[in-house]
Design a protein around this ligand. Structure first.
Ligand SMILES: [Zn+2]
Length: 272
């Protein structure tokens, strides 16, 4: 995990549109980086890094035409997807996401949010649209908190207990006796003892009740899907078989009623 001696509260990856954003989305990242540094967080500004790389080693795919799709795919796989995902998975304690039109046009931010979610890395999203429902439900579910304006986000970060976004030795996001809830982002105090194993994801008391109700009041959707496929595939298989005629069915019924012949009990001559 990347560490900065001046910013001990955690590494925050700044995720948002680049390909379709003005100036690669460098503007908001710069402002956000300054505010985060004031609060003791280390910003991972991917736009700044991308510009620095291009200056040192040139562009990676912009010069490639549509006819060079395979080379373009290969370059993006290696130098964008692999690199950015590694930075999230290995070196980020949380993500701040600016969700705007440029994100909708691209695919990177959505994938980064998903990657963070899959590794239990908190996602704090700024919704630049007026309504909550303009953020897709799937994406809403993968966030820890959604804000409508930057000041509210900075206030939240300023009030977090020191370094609570970082994992402790057991893998929990903890500061002293305080733990961060993965579902609602509130900080909950635990009394007496710490968790001595990883709790994943970690929920506050009210979210535990909520998650319990979610699991227990609805039939498991994945289980339902498997049952559904099993039932429909058996039915499909049965339908694909030649259907017996009524004469064949009667013959089968008659055969069932016939006395059962037992082998080896005939009165015929035994042969040696
Ligand atoms: Zn909670």
């Amino acid at each position: 995990m990347l560490k900065h001696p001046l910013y001990p509260n955690g590494n925050i990856y700044l995720s948002g549109g680049m390909q379709f954003a003005q100036g690669l989305g460098a503007g908001w990242r710069q402002l956000c980086s300054e505010r985060l540094k004031d609060l003791g967080f280390f910003p991972l500004d991917i736009a700044e890094l991308d510009i620095a790389y291009s200056e040192a080693h040139g562009h990676l795919y912009r010069f490639l035409s549509d006819d060079e799709l395979l080379q373009r795919k290969s370059n993006i796989r290696k130098h964008f997807i692999e690199t950015d995902i590694n930075l999230i998975r290995n070196d980020s304690d949380a993500l701040i996401v600016l969700y705007d039109e440029s994100v909708r046009l691209g695919a990177g931010t959505t994938s980064e949010i998903h990657e963070a979610f899959m590794h239990d890395i908190p996602v704090f999203l700024i919704n630049s649209f007026k309504e909550l429902n303009q953020v897709p439900g799937w994406m809403q579910a993968e966030t820890t908190m959604i804000f409508n304006e930057w000041d509210a986000l900075y206030k939240y970060f300023a009030e977090l207990p020191p370094a609570i976004l970082k994992r402790d030795v057991y893998g929990n996001r903890r500061s002293g006796m305080h733990y961060l809830c993965s579902l609602c982002g509130t900080v909950e105090e635990k009394h007496k003892t710490h968790y001595v194993s990883k709790v994943s994801p970690l929920y506050c008391k009210s979210c535990v009740e909520l998650v319990k109700a979610t699991h227990e009041t609805h039939y498991d959707r994945y289980r339902f899907f498997l049952d559904y496929f099993e039932k429909t595939s058996v039915q499909e298989w049965l339908n694909s078989r030649p259907q017996p005629t009524s004469e064949e069915l009667f013959a089968a019924i008659r055969a069932r009623k016939a006395p059962i012949k037992v082998k080896g009990k005939s009165k015929g001559k035994k042969t040696k």
